[in-house]
Design a protein around this ligand. Sequence first.
Ligand code: F6R
Length: 241
Amino acid sequence: MKVITLNDENEIGKVIGDYFCTLLRENPAAVLGLATGASPIPTYQRMISRFNAGDVSFAKVRTFNLDEYCNLPATHPQSYRSFMHAQLFAQVDIAQNNTHFLDGNAMDEAAECSRFDALIEQLGGVDLQLLGIGRNGHIGFNEPADAFTQGSFKVQLAPSTLEANSGYFIDENMPTHAMTMGVGAILRAKEILLVATGAAKAEAVRAMIQGEITPQLPASALQNHPKVTIYLDPAAASLLK
Ligand code: F6R
């Protein structure tokens, strides 16, 4: 694992956004693994500004998002599909049908998870995966558990995740379940970049990098991946020895 501490989230977004753009200039049809939440927003802003400057095109890119809420219409403003549309897709030249999500409303959940996993393999696997980390060490929505999961699955969100994300749901309850790529599938990405900022992530960051590999801290599985870079701000890095 390579660990890089930069001044703040904007500096991190600039470095990672530029890294994605360099990949796309070499491989315009790359398969990107994308995350939602606060952590990737500066990265997406950098991608948009590089697109507006004429430096990069997303016309041939294929994307897979890590996760999606269950029992929330895809058109709901807090669905992860809506998030990606607002934060990136509507502002670049990506083809809508090249953007892939788990359908959190699928009737046959197992079939939906198999469809998604098979499509990733069919398109050659994820070239570059962007991740955030939960306060409890989750990646995607792989919450602390007794075993690492492989393929996509439906998960009950942990109390700390509900607490962290409920502020996005004004006047309504947030979904209690989601569908997520499994840890095994995340580790199959050829390269992974993870962003963590703020003191609330410091303990999870310490355990991910310097703790034992355990499904109780799902991000610790990244220690087994040959090409991972962790980008931190000073607060998120503050508990590293
Ligand atoms: C989102 C996701 C989650 C978030 C994590 C951190 O697609 O997979 O693992 O990356 O919950 O969220 P933020 O960045 O909002 O702190």
